[in-house]
Design a protein around this ligand. Sequence first.
Ligand code: MSP
Length: 658
Amino acid sequence: MKYYLTTPIYYTNGAPHIGHAYATMACDTVRRFKRLQGYEVVLTTGTDEHGVNVERSAKAAGKNPKEFVDTIVKEWRRHWDELKIQGDEFIRTSSPAHHRTVQWLFERCRNSGYVYKGTYTGQYCIYDNLYVNDAKPGDNCPECGRPTETVTEENYYFKLSVFQQKLLDLYAREPKFIQPESRRNEVLRFVQSGLNDLSITRTSVQWGIPVPGEAPHVFYVWFDALIAYLTGAGGPEYEERGLWPADLHMIGKEIVRFHAVFWPAFLMAADLPLPKRIFAHGWLLVEQDKMSKSRGNVVRPLPIAQVMGADALRYFLLREVVFGQDGSFSYDALVQRYNSDLANGLGNLASRTLSMIHQYRAGLIPASQGDQQIARNCNAATEAALDAYEEFEFNRALEAIWSLISDIDKFIVERAPWKLARQNDVESQKLLDNTLYTAAETLRIVCGLLSPVLPEAAAKIRLQLGFTTPIESVRTSELDWGHLPEGQKLGKVDAVFPRADAKLSIEKMQQLEEQELARQNALLGKAQPAALHSKAQPAAEPAPAATGDGKITIDDFAKVDLRVGLVKSAEPVKGADKLLHMSIDIGEPEPRSIVAGIALAYKPEQLIGRKVVIVANLQPRKLRGLISNGMIVAASLGDGQPVLAGFLEDVPIGARLK
Ligand code: MSP
């Protein structure tokens, strides 16, 4: 029995953050669970490498797109290795195998009459890679709120509009095709409101898969990325591997439409089988906020894995967040859960059980049937956990397992094996055998049940229980009571989850996070010093606090570093009619690169040589791939028109405004 599941393929204009890790760890958990059930599982992941966004990031890093993505892809792969993701295939959209699959699928759609040529003029969001059909020039993208760009292109179109009824029939026939229910309803509403044909090629981008015989057309990134799922199943020869159709596409909630509408339509047009299930999870926030580079609140997964372990991170995320809904990460909550559930709960049960068997029974599993009440609890918890895993309700699975851990803890305390050990009568010794067997057998079952979420810890505990076969060989059929062999010799006992000092652990993670950020910035060719984005910064320099009447103190005002600057050069930003890119001397060794939305009010030649006021200590940010390291001060008139602040007298460059 085969089970084919996929993660989305990740954009390569940046390195992974904890949200990506969450998404991928969840898929790996499903992979491990399905193997536990006895499936021959294939999990694919990979990278979505084409498009204008990557083209621009590569340019900013001073590399050509291929060189750039090669570096970034190494980063993604390294993350998945360190986070113990058992991916079976890593699909790169820049690979020849994938190019071939996309071109093949296009030909199939064209041959069946679902592709035609047309012209499009309108707004486009480069961040979401979407045409924004109802937008006017200057409008922002309704998905991400960032400015759209006007484009005119001759494109190939996919006749999405003719699939409306077929898609609605599909959703009615397969009620579990899109889950959870809320996402299904969202898709239903979208499709019911009518579908526009979809442009599936671009001529404005070079970095993409060429449309055969149609240079300079390249495929639209979504008529490229989605097809990676088929590339992973063997491409045009997919029938040979027996993996297609996929059993599950696990995705984030914001890309449901692409997966539940576009993707089945492409496949129907090409007369190929449809995936069985699409499950959309929610977003991982950081202390309730969306992660973003400009907010400087991005959390990276490796520092956490290095300090607390990859298992602990996965456990925290799957235990804390209701899968399907949004959830929140914080270092504090992570360390708290680690100590209460892993160190005190599971870790303590393991070390206590195993050391007692070493101490009282020379490290050999005693002969016993175990306690029948605990046996029943175990079987019930196993059933509940497996049911929950099946529905991707990870938090519920973990709750069921932890309620078993707490049952067995109570049982051990009540039996007080340390007292029984001191009594030499046959009855007490039998009861001690029964107690130790019960604890060890529960631990064995718990290990099996937890192996999808705590792969490393489960493997370690299994070894300590004396098993020589790997945790990956365990199947659900062995999870009922009574499989622990009498006389089995335990391995060496070693703490799996030593208690963590909260303060030290958090400091260490934050320190590593800063180093990781600096390393990734260097990789992406980013100019800004790492410290400016550091998480520690807000703590060291809190935002100006308003006093009770909404006023700030003079000290708060003094934190804003306002300087006189001289505009050395100014030029329009391609594709953004409001922006100017300037180089401004504020008396530092190098002039600052600053991007400002003043192009409608000032022509570049009006600005060169002019003295302006700059906020010099703002966090740098990137606009259209250009670093903006500072802000130019202007009055904003009623219609939003900016008027630059300036001086009547002559003032020296770099002078501070107080
Ligand atoms: N390249 C497309 C997917 C193409 S699949 C054929 C893409 N890439 S992405 O890198 O932007 O996002 C990949 C996945 O990561 C998405 O499913 C997205 O939901 C997920 N996440 C990105 N940030 C996330 C969080 N903060 N939390 C949870 N998942 C999030 O979209």
